[in-house]
Design a protein around this ligand. Sequence first.
Ligand SMILES: [Zn+2]
Length: 404
Amino acid sequence: MTNVSDLKQRTIATIDARRDNLIHFSTTLHANPESAFQEFKSSALLCDALEGAGFQVTRGIGGLETAFRAEAHGDHAGATIALLAEYDALPELGHACGHNIIGTAALGAAIAVKSVLDQLPGRVVVIGTPAEEGGGGKVVLVERGLFNDVDAAMLVHPSGRTMVARGSLASTRLFLEFSGKASHAAAAPEEGINALDAVILTFNNVNALRLHLKPDARVHGIITHGGTAANIIPDYAAAQFSVRAAKNGYAQQVLRRVVQCAEAGAAATGATLKYSTRPSYAELIPNLTLAQAFAANWEAIGVRVHEARLDERMGSTDMGNVSHIVPAIHPYIHIVKEGVGGHTIEFREASISPRGHQGLISAAKGMAMTTIDLLGNPELMARVKNEFVETVQKQQVERLGRFE
Ligand SMILES: [Zn+2]
């Protein structure tokens, strides 16, 4: 019989021994920010390190060049636990969401688990998931079956608060393009069709819609093209919206209403509308059994865990899509004072601060310890799966029945 707590102590020692090395990886990723689907150096860095640690690495999976899968086997057949790595940065801002910590924590946890894997059944896989900030690498990997053999998945995100079971909003990015007809704005305005007016009407229509949306809905947009000169009626204008809600089903309903707002703008001006969406991020449904096990491990190494508040402010993540097909958690580790949000300069600096480094080490330990729990304790794995079947899968049936 495997002594789970003994193995956990050994993985903690492995991570402590590699502390400087892991911090080096994290700061190297941070110093070389690469945005959505361009993470060539970052993914190569992680792949090389995993290969060096004895993992079998496949570079470029699911048709995504900067996605990867690294795999190591235990003593005999068992569960497959996926540690997800993110390593994309934000355009211009760099690693202002701290994904250097996410990628490196997965690396550290995987190497630590590998060091005791001869004592355990099952497999540990690291799945490198690009473009969380735009493009949704995980959405593509989920759709292309890359999670089909996974029994549970986790990643740890840096934050202002340490939490294990916070969800996220469902989200879809909507792109609008209006085409009109250019004309001289003073000499012949009657000959023009004003594409910018169609955009402005769309925003006004959306603002009229807001009162009638449920409180969890979020609709926010920018104008990305509004014409070229004040004396020309704009024949082309474009906008982007992000449409979010607590549940994907309602987010899709709101999305339809926003498209209607744009159609009305086009109808009023005579412009023609073309729209497209990016793959939707589903809401994250944390597996609470898994979250509890994770929290117990963090508490055991002195990391204080906070409950997610009922009115928790949330963004969106493509981890949501993963959580709809396998039991998953997306815990947050404290690296910056509460209230400092991601996508800021302050958060970027925190991602390589002493607190950021400590968060990275705690994240790696939490994932390594929880992976050992799942592999070494089939009864826990069964409870995790049972919760998934009882909640997520049944909800999905209901969701599909109502909205498709
Ligand atoms: Zn992020």
